[in-house]
Design a protein around this ligand. Sequence first.
Ligand code: AMP
Length: 520
Amino acid sequence: MSHRKAVGIDLGTTFSAVAHLDAYGKPQIIPNAESERITPSVILFDGANVIVGTHAKNNSVVEPEKIVDFVKREIGKPKEQFHREFGGKIYSAEELSALIVKKLIMDAERYLNEPVTDAVITVPAYFNDAERTATITAGQLAGLNVLQIINEPTAAALAYGLDKLDHDQTVFVFDLGGGTFDVTIMRIENQKLHIIATNGDHRLGGKDWDDVIVNYVAEEFDHAHDENPLLDLQSYQDLQTRGVAAKLQLSRRIHTAIVHNHHGKSVKVEVSRKDFEKRTRHLAEKCKTICEIVMQEAKMKWDKIDKILLVGGMTRMPMVREMISQLSSAPLVSDVNPDEAVAVGAAIQATLSMLREEEITGEKVLGENTREQFSCRDGRLIQVTDITSHTLGVVLWDESNLEEYVFPMIKKRTAIPASAKNSFGTASANMQHALVKVVEGESSLPGECTPLGVCDIELPPFLPKGSPVELTYRYNANQVLEVAVEACGSQSKVSIERNTGLAPNEIGKAISSLEKLSVE
Ligand code: AMP
């Protein structure tokens, strides 16, 4: 039996965390080499050395040009759209994310005193196909076997629900992190966990609140000294740090003051919690609207919610809790640590994935007691059913209106893994190729959906118009799509040519180039 050790990774916008199951089957956060339970997702390039975490974050003010942060907001973009260059080498978002994963794994291996081979990595529920694929790539580039990608709120729900499977209940998971916002409704029934609905905004998070303070202080500085302090990168980073600190203070106190020095000039700006809440009301309102939308999607009234599970550091903020209390009178549960719940849930899922693999291969990797711990009363493994976050469609030609439209193949909120099969007629006689354009999104207009890629299929010769082409979409547990096409008896599984991220043949090259870097 080859040695395997799995962990759960919360690869966050501002912070990342890693967890595992200890010898007693209890999920535990693994502290990093600096003895911290969460690691800032910040990278510092210092020659051939790469430093990830607090040291990098502390340096962001001193050497902002050597720093990469918020890379999660860029993942899934092709290199032409996003890259950073250090020491003459160009890094994609996947490679930069891989460096964060490497640091987490290295520290975990040191702490556990054994190699880490496998991982479940979490992503916001709202991540699309490209962002998920790129996250898998990031894990692979760090040398891991990525068992599965799971949604952050599902992971948090799993961390919360694992020991509550005996109580049927409906839980509303509110996850407001550093850069993303996710809401999920989960039902625990008959010892099974089902995700009922999920929605979110992956450009809404703590950073937006920080920016409000930063811009406010910058304006005051500009008024006083006729100079915008944000134009200087170092001053910007400095103010950013002060802004976050002020935000954290305002969660505990009703008043704070920010002093900012730049070019020998300074301002002192007084901010009350009330004033800050007024300036950021629109952000809380955005969260509220998304909560209401997800309830509509679940066709549910607020009185059906038994508990509200708070995840993500931003849920410590009084205005966020107040806003939720206005929506629902259900108790707010924070018995999961908002910073740690996602990584813990990922570690649980990693164990479930390995137990399921054992069932398939017959090869035992984990102890019998672990299997018992993760089984229901009937002896079967605990079941977690997630749903699709987007509709996946195919672009077709509408002959009567002479325009393209999107035909939905797998609709949003379908339980995964999911598959769908549909037959379409060829648009003209003797068509030699069928171009399957795969899109993701809720609109019937191709222009309003996200293109995922195309499959170019060669057709047999001399087909009459309207000949059947059968299309199958398979959405796996990672919410990554596979497409198969059957045209007049000839079957082909087509790989989607994704116009994003690293291509599979580039991955090997990227692994060896990252291996040359020393990460600490
Ligand atoms: P996460 O991505 O879940 O780690 O969330 C981190 C975000 O939560 C960052 O924007 C932090 O500034 C914010 N945060 C953490 N603790 C607090 C707090 N006590 N009050 C307000 N915001 C917080």
